[in-house]
Design a protein around this ligand. Structure first.
Ligand SMILES: Nc1ncnc2c1ncn2[C@@H]1O[C@H](COP(=O)(O)OP(=O)(O)OP(=O)(O)O)[C@@H](O)[C@H]1O
Length: 247
């Protein structure tokens, strides 16, 4: 059974077809990248998977269960996790507290208990471990709003890790980060349990080609190619539509 399967997803904004009959499968443990030019519909596809948008047609199967009608929070509880955006972090909380909140949310103890009574020791220990693995140990006690943008982006990823995803969706996790931090991202992904599937949307081609075992290329809402990194590099239509001046 696939970790994630998209079946004939279709989405329009007004008259603009942004997701055109897209089908895509991620096996358990997949390292799959979704690439394509600006406006190709990559973020829209992520939003259809998370439930932020509802497709006009098609299905989203998570480990065999059709979740297309499920609300976002239910999908997260089932292990479908997207990297948080900086704007979703609690900016007056420290990096460690943001991670600890995600750990306690996952445990079912949630925000209100944590705020009233502080975090339990095992929650803090786990959050510290995640912060260390993400290279955030030094800034763990710093409120997120005082962190550099790049560090805030790494906290986003740490929060997603803390939710223990079964399928992790990463929308441009490296945008705005120096290349040195790509190592931190790749290192953190390496530490995920082997069967966790990852779908990465990214414009940074060196990062994509280091990360991915499978690549899907989207252009104008349509899948134009799918294959291994070598197959994609050599695909003439992909070079014409996108990679020509990038790889
Ligand atoms: N809420 C919306 N309403 C109307 N049009 C939208 C909306 N969101 C996205 N679009 C349009 O849908 C198309 C696909 O956008 P999307 O953001 O999914 O592309 P993308 O591949 O993620 O682009 P980028 O690489 O630049 O982030 C674009 O033409 C965009 O302008």
């Amino acid at each position: 059974m696939n970790a994630l399967e998209l079946v004939n997803l279709t989405m329009q904004f007004g008259g603009l077809m942004v997701t055109n009959d897209v089908s895509l499968s991620l096996e358990k443990g997949a390292r799959h990248a979704l690439i394509g030019p600006n406006g190709a519909g990559k973020t829209t596809l992520i939003n259809l998977i998370t439930g932020r948008l509802t497709p006009r047609k098609g299905n989203v199967l998570l480990e065999g269960v059709d979740i297309v009608s499920f609300p976002q929070h239910r999908r997260i509880r089932m292990g479908l996790v997207r990297n948080f955006q900086v704007t979703n972090l609690f900016s007056s909380f420290t990096a460690l507290e943001n991670i600890a909140l995600a750990v306690s949310e996952r445990n079912g103890s949630g925000l209100s208990l944590a705020r009233c009574y502080g975090f339990a020791d095992p929650v803090i220990a786990e959050a510290e471990d995640i912060a260390r693995r993400m290279g955030l140990a030094n800034v763990a006690p710093v409120p997120v709003r005082h962190l550099a943008y790049g560090q805030q982006r790494l906290v986003e990823l740490a929060v997603a890790m803390a939710l223990r995803p079964r399928v992790l969706l990463l929308d441009e996790p490296a945008a705005g980060l120096p290349a040195a931090d790509h190592e931190v991202i790749l290192g953190a992904l390496d530490e995920l349990p082997e069967d966790v599937a990852v779908l990465l949307v990214e414009h940074d081609m060196p990062l994509v080609f280091r990360f991915a075992r499978q690549i899907t290329v989207l252009a104008e809402g349509t899948v134009i190619a799918q294959g291994t990194p070598d197959q994609i590099r050599q695909d003439a239509s992909v070079r014409a539509a996108y990679l020509g001046n990038r790889s």
